[in-house]
Design a protein around this ligand. Structure first.
Ligand code: FA5
Ligand code: MG
Length: 460
């Protein structure tokens, strides 16, 4: 899919990221404001809530079975981020409205799954020297063009994990009972737990959650699924027990409500069957992670054709926000001592918000260019499709961390002209100080100008 930018922005000929220089091209859409987040490595900063959360999760995936790793450089190929994982060419995740491209062949990773091949290959390489290490966790910063609100930030952190089992070298499918027995023996080593797990669906469903029947037997997949589920349930129990303890300690309340989790069928191009794990937390089901049985083609293409296994990917901020009661995702990037001084390695304590500064709402209403349409694919006559993420990116570029959220508050199509009008409300609010009227007005004026200049809209 090719989308032509309405106006050619001044584009630097190269981008320098983590010491490497990349040629830019018509795919490049990564602004300096995003690049300025590369290299913070918050997950390595021992007293930072993201690092404390990382350690807590890693403790549930210990050596020697698992190696715990991190990946510092976010620049990956489109091959590893998408193609290798089986994303079809027209998958929306590949579009320039959703992903930060460095150039045509290179992106800022949108998920830690971009490193699957490298870690599978590592397991293959270490088979003689470190045969016990058949699993891993890897944490990294990931980048997505997305909405702006208190739980979305264009940079966040994921942890991926996987575990593999070796199958008999000859005819692994007909020897799959042997593999299943090995997996079940490992399952027995994971202590049982007594929390309530809702898991109403069959492990394998021919349409919704198919077996990779060319490669796996149902018996093997049942065993791998059971091992995956118990491993992740234990991790979640550990995390939420700590969160409940911290909540009870700060409120003086007695025991919190008992933990409930549920498994939901899911789809990922690189696993089958696939699931999401949800946790019931403060009145709502919250999605914690995605996971599944690794597509065998990936293992075949990563020097471990004779292994089977599972993988998962989870969002660290989502877990850290409820562990520490952190109300706004922007806080993780704060350098304010009033934030940073509240956390200490190994301790789960409730965050005490420092004073909440006033919000300043400003609306901007505009007509889309005459032939523009919402929703993606190119309209006739070379009109530029309108995508909300482009509005978000403009606001982010100007307001940065001074914008709390952006919401569409009105949308209508003129009955006579068929032109479409949108109205967005931008909530300017600093986490650290009270914004002056002048600076808010100045930012908002720039946003208005840039919407016109870059998206070709007509202000109302
Ligand atoms: C993935 O990124 C898959 N790579 C996960 C996976 C790995 C599946 C391995 C199977 C095997 P998804 O886009 O749903 O999936 O993101 C995974 C998790 O990241 C979510 O469950 C959520 O916890 C977190 N997450 C996703 N988007 C955001 C966001 N914008 N802000 C904060 N956390 C997010
Ligand atoms: Mg998801």
């Amino acid at each position: 899919e090719t989308t032509t930018a309405p106006k050619t922005r001044k584009q630097q000929p190269t981008l320098k990221i983590e010491g490497d220089v990349y040629q830019t091209d018509e795919w490049t859409n990564t602004p300096d404001t995003i690049l300025s987040h590369v290299g913070r490595r918050l997950y390595l900063d021992d007293n930072h809530p993201l690092a404390i959360t990382r350690k807590l999760i890693e403790s549930q995936f210990p050596a020697p079975t698992y190696g715990n790793y991190s990946e510092k450089n976010p620049v990956v190929s489109t091959r590893l981020n998408f193609d290798f994982l089986g994303f079809p060419p027209d998958h929306p995740g590949r579009s320039r409205t959703d992903t930060y491209y460095v150039n045509d062949k290179t992106v800022l990773r949108t998920h830690t799954s971009a490193h699957q091949q490298a870690y599978f290959q590592q397991i293959a390489r270490n088979e003689k020297t470190r045969p016990e290490e058949v699993g891993y966790t890897v944490i990294a910063d990931v980048y997505r063009r997305d909405a702006i609100d208190r739980s979305h930030y264009p940079v966040f952190h994921q942890m991926e994990g996987a575990m593999l089992w070796k199958r008999p070298a000859t005819d692994p499918l007909s020897a799959s009972s042997e593999t299943a027995a090995k997996v079940l023996a490992d399952l027995e080593k994971i202590p049982r737990h007594d929390i309530v797990v809702e898991d109403p669906n069959p492990t394998i469903h021919p349409q919704r959650n198919p077996l990779q029947s060319a490669h796996h037997s149902a018996e093997e997949v049942e065993a791998i699924g059971a091992h995956l589920k118990r491993s992740l349930e234990r991790m979640v129990i550990k995390v939420f027990t700590e969160a409940s303890k911290a909540a009870a300690a700060s409120s003086g309340a007695a025991g919190a409500e008992p933990l409930k989790v549920r498994w939901v069928e899911a789809y990922f191009p690189f696993t089958s069957p696939s699931w999401e794990l949800e946790v019931f937390w403060q009145g709502d089901w919250l999605e914690i992670l995605g996971c599944g049985v690794i597509k065998q083609d990936l293992l075949i293409n990563s020097d471990v054709p004779d292994h089977v296994g599972w993988a998962f990917g989870l969002g660290i901020e989502r877990i850290a926000m409820l562990l520490f009661n952190i109300p706004d995702i922007r806080l993780f990037w704060s350098r304010d001592e009033r934030f940073l001084s509240q956390f200490r390695a190994g301790e789960i304590a409730r965050f005490e918000p420092f004073s909440k500064h006033p919000a300043c709402y400003k609306d901007v209403a505009f007509w889309l260019p005459p032939a523009a349409v919402t929703g993606g694919s190119s309209a006739a006559g070379g009109a530029v499709p309108f995508h909300e993420n482009d509005v978000m990116e403009i606001v982010r570029g100007i307001g940065g961390d001074l914008v709390e959220d952006v919401t569409l508050i009105d949308e209508f199509t003129h009955p006579k002209t068929s032109r479409k009008s949108m109205c967005y409300r931008i909530n300017y609010r600093s986490l650290e100080r009270t914004l002056t009227n002048e600076e808010t007005n100045e930012m908002h004026l720039k946003v208005r100008e840039k919407l016109v200049g870059e998206l070709g809209v007509e202000l109302r």
